[in-house]
Design a protein around this ligand. Structure first.
Ligand SMILES: Nc1nc2c(ncn2[C@@H]2O[C@H](COP(=O)(O)OP(=O)(O)OP(=O)(O)O)[C@@H](O)[C@H]2O)c(=O)[nH]1
Ligand SMILES: [Mg+2]
Length: 609
C-alpha cells in the first residue's frame, strides 16, 4: 500500500488532473466527519503511527475539548487504485450551523463531497442544508451512512431517507464505521471512481482560487489555493485580483497533513501558498491569483461571512483592557468573520463590541480569550442588527440596545428574520410548534420525512433565536430535534428598548430590545432573575425594569447584615482565611457598576428564559 510513500520523492508534475480527486466531507454536527477523515489519512499512510491519536484534524484546544470542528481542515493523501496512484485532497468541514460559511467556501475547491449521515440519527437539519450547498455547486455527492457499528444503527431506514429526500440510488450508498475502520477501502474506491477529476490546463496562464487562509505565528499568512490553470512555483510574481496587490511566492506545497514543501503546484491541485502577506485581511477568501502581467478573468468571489449576533466584551478588571485588546487582535488575525469595534459602556468601561456568526461562535471566541490568553472577560447578552426608519427620514442601523434612540423619534423598527429548518421525531412536534409560536414564529411548511420524522419550516425573528432557542429546542425534544437556519429578510416589528435600573441608575449593558407584547413578562422575569444572581451587598439594591420613563417591574435585594468572618468568632484563623479566599474567588467574576457588584451571570440571565 501507500503507507511508505515518501512525500519528498513525489513529483507533483506526475499528478495530472485525471489523477486528482478533490472532495469535502460534509454532514450534520457529530455525524463523524473528523473521525472518518482521520481514518482515511491513516489508511493512506498520511498520518504516521506517531501522529495517530483521536481527532487529529481538530487542532484547536476548544475543538478537542468540545469535540467539535470550528475550522475546516485540508489534507492531501496518495491512494493506489487499479495500479494507478491518485492524489486525493480532503477537506474536513465543521457541522455546526454557525460555521456553514466554512463549508460553502471549502466546496469551491472541490468537485465532490462525501455526505455523511449517522446510522442511528439519520438525516438532520444540517444534513439538508449541506446537501443543498453541495447540490447548488453541482458537486458529485457520495452518500455515506456512518456509525453502522452502533447498536441503534438502522441503515435500512436511513437509506430510505437518503433515497426519498435527495434522490440517491440505493446502490450508491456506502456503509461505514469510521470508529472501527469498516468500509474505508470501498469508500476510497468510490471517491476515485465517482468523483470527477478537476479540469485544468498547464499551458494556460495561472489561475488559482484562494479559498482559505490563516495566520501562523512563525510563517505568517498561509493561504490555501485550488489551482485551475497554469503552474505556480517559488519565486513567481503573483497578483491578487480583488485587492490588486502583488507578492512574490516564497513557498508552495501540500498539506500532508502538515505543510510539506514542493517545487510547484499543478492544475487541479490543492495546496498551500506562502507569500510575504502580513495579515489575513490581505488574503481575502474567494480571491483569484494570477501571474503578474498575465491577468485572467477572475472567479466571481465569495459573499463575505456576515456577523449575525453582536455582544460587548469587557475585561472584568479594567486594567486588563490593553491585554484584551492585544488578544482580540491576535484572535481576529485568524478569524476574519469576527467584527470588532472599540466601544465604551457607562457601566462596564472600555471594551469592545464584537459581531459573530452565531452563539457558538461567540462562545468559542470567549473561551479562547480565556484559555489562550488567560483573560477574565464579561460578555453582554447577544443582540442582532436592527434597521430603523426615523421620523426625520434618516435610516439607522443599530445593534447595541443602549444605542436605541428615543422611541418618539422612531417611525419603524425592522428586525432580521430567518428561515429555520427543524427536524424532529414526531412525538415532539407539539412541543416544538408551541416553542416556535412562543418565539413569534410563522410556520411555512410541515412535511413527514418518513413515518417517524417531521421537517418543519418556520420564519423566526433572529433576536428570538439568538437567545436560548436552541437549548429549549433540545430540551423539549430530549435532544433529538435539530435546527438550521439562513437569513431571510427584514420585517417591521413592534420592538421597544427595555432598560434595567440598579438603585435607580440604568445599566446600559443590561438593556434589551423586546417585542412590546412580551415586555411586561420579560421585565418581571428579568428583575426576578437578577435578584437571584446579584449577591446581597451591604445595602439594599432596587432592581427595576423600565420602558422609557415607565417602570414595569421591580424587585429588591436585601442588604447583607453581617460580614462573612463574623461567624468565625475570631478563633479559627485557617477557617477565617479560607472564607476570605472564597469570598475573593467569588468576587473575581464581578464587575463593579456604580456601587453594585454584578456577576457575569447577570449579563447572561437576559439570554435564558
Ligand atoms: N460508534 C461510532 N462512533 C463514531 C463513529 N464515527 C464517529 N464517532 C463518534 O462520534 C462523535 C463525533 O465524531 P466527530 O468525528 O467529531 O464528528 P464531526 O462530524 O467531525 O463533528 P463536527 O465537526 O463537530 O460537526 C465522536 O465521539 C466519535 O468518536 C463510528 O463510526 N461509530
Ligand atoms: Mg469535525
Amino acid at each position: 500500500m501507500m503507507s511508505t510513500m515518501d512525500i519528498k520523492k513525489i513529483n507533483l508534475k506526475d499528478f495530472t488532473p485525471d489523477k486528482i480527486r478533490n472532495f469535502s466531507v460534509i454532514a450534520h454536527i457529530d455525524h463523524g466527519k473528523s473521525t472518518l477523515s482521520d481514518r482515511l489519512l491513516e489508511l493512506t499512510g498520511t498520518i504516521s503511527d506517531r501522529q495517530k491519536h483521536e481527532q487529529f484534524l481538530d487542532k484547536l484546544q476548544v475543538e478537542k475539548e468540545r469535540g467539535i470542528t470550528v475550522k475546516a481542515q485540508t489534507a492531501s493523501m496518495f491512494y493506489e487504485h487499479n495500479g494507478e496512484i491518485y492524489l486525493l485532497n480532503l477537506i474536513d468541514t465543521p457541522g455546526h450551523v454557525d460555521f456553514s460559511y466554512e463549508v460553502s467556501r471549502s466546496l469551491y475547491a472541490c468537485q465532490g463531497a462525501l455526505l455523511l449521515v449517522d446510522a442511528a440519527q439519520g438525516v438532520q437539519a444540517q444534513t439538508m442544508a449541506n446537501f443543498y450547498l453541495a447540490f447548488e455547486q453541482d458537486l458529485k455527492m457520495i452518500p455515506v451512512i456512518n456509525k453502522i457499528d452502533m447498536a441503534a444503527a438502522d441503515p435500512e431506514r436511513i437509506s430510505k431517507q437518503l433515497i426519498n429526500l435527495f434522490d440517491f440510488e440505493k446502490n450508491e450508498i456506502v456503509l461505514t464505521s469510521a470508529k472501527n475502520g469498516i468500509g474505508m477501502q470501498k469508500l476510497l474506491s468510490a471517491i476515485v471512481e465517482r468523483i470527477p477529476a478537476p479540469v485544468g490546463d498547464h499551458e494556460k496562464p495561472l489561475k488559482a482560487l484562494l479559498f482559505d487562509s490563516w495566520f501562523d505565528e512563525y510563517r505568517g499568512v498561509i493561504c490555501l489555493i485550488a489551482l485551475h490553470d497554469g503552474i505556480i512555483k517559488k519565486g513567481d510574481n503573483i497578483t491578487l485580483a480583488q485587492s490588486g496587490k502583488k507578492y512574490e511566492v516564497l513557498e508552495v506545497g501540500l498539506m500532508y497533513p502538515d505543510q510539506a514543501q514542493k517545487d510547484a503546484l499543478y492544475p487541479g491541485q490543492v495546496g498551500y501558498l506562502i507569500t510575504g502577506m502580513k495579515t489575513v485581511k490581505e488574503a481575502r477568501v474567494g480571491d483569484t491569483i494570477y501571474h503578474t502581467k498575465k491577468e485572467v478573468k477572475p472567479f466571481p468571489g465569495f459573499k463575505p461571512a456576515k456577523p449575525m449576533v453582536f455582544a460587548g466584551i469587557y475585561p472584568t478588571v479594567s486594567a486588563d483592557f490593553e491585554h484584551l485588546s492585544d488578544a482580540i487582535e491576535k484572535l481576529t488575525l485568524n478569524d476574519a468573520s469576527v467584527s470588532v469595534e472599540k466601544k465604551s459602556s457607562d457601566a462596564l468601561g472600555l471594551g469592545f463590541r464584537c459581531g459573530f456568526l452565531g452563539l457558538l461562535h461567540m462562545d468559542v471566541f470567549k473561551q479562547r480569550l480565556e484559555q489562550e490568553y488567560g483573560l477574565d472577560v464579561i460578555a453582554t447578552a447577544p443582540s442582532v442588527l436592527y434597521k430603523l426608519k426615523m421620523k426625520n427620514g434618516e435610516d439607522l442601523q443599530i445593534e447595541r440596545p443602549s444605542d436605541f434612540p428615543d422611541p418618539s423619534k422612531i417611525e419603524t423598527v425592522f428586525e432580521p428574520i430567518i428561515d429555520a429548518t427543524i427536524i424532529t421525531p414526531k412525538e415532539y412536534l407539539g412541543n416544538i410548534i408551541h416553542l416556535c409560536e412562543d418565539k413569534r414564529g410563522q410556520q411555512t411548511d410541515l412535511t413527514y420525512m418518513d413515518e417517524q420524522r417531521v421537517i418543519l419550516k418556520y420564519k423566526l425573528p433572529l433576536n428570538e433565536v439568538a437567545s436560548d432557542f436552541y437549548d429549549q429546542l433540545k430540551s423539549l425534544s430530549s435532544g433529538y430535534a435539530s435546527f438550521d437556519y439562513e437569513e431571510a429578510n427584514y420585517e417591521p416589528s413592534d420592538l421597544v428598548k427595555m432598560d434595567i435600573l440598579l438603585n435607580g441608575k440604568p445599566v446600559d449593558a443590561l438593556s434589551v430590545i423586546v417585542h412590546k407584547d412580551k415586555a411586561y413578562n420579560m421585565g418581571r422575569d428579568l428583575t426576578q432573575k437578577l435578584r437571584k444572581v446579584i449577591p446581597r451587598q451591604l445595602f439594599e439594591i432596587a432592581v427595576q425594569a423600565a420602558i422609557g420613563a415607565k417602570i414595569i417591574a421591580r424587585e429588591s435585594i436585601k442588604a447583607l447584615r453581617k460580614q462573612v468572618t463574623a461567624k468565625c468568632y475570631g478563633g479559627d484563623i485557617t477557617r477565617k482565611r479560607k472564607l476570605l479566599e472564597k469570598q475573593k474567588a467569588g468576587k473575581k467574576r464581578m464587575k463593579r457598576v456604580g456601587n453594585v457588584d454584578i456577576p457575569q451571570e447577570a449579563f447572561m440571565t437576559i439570554l435564558k428564559k
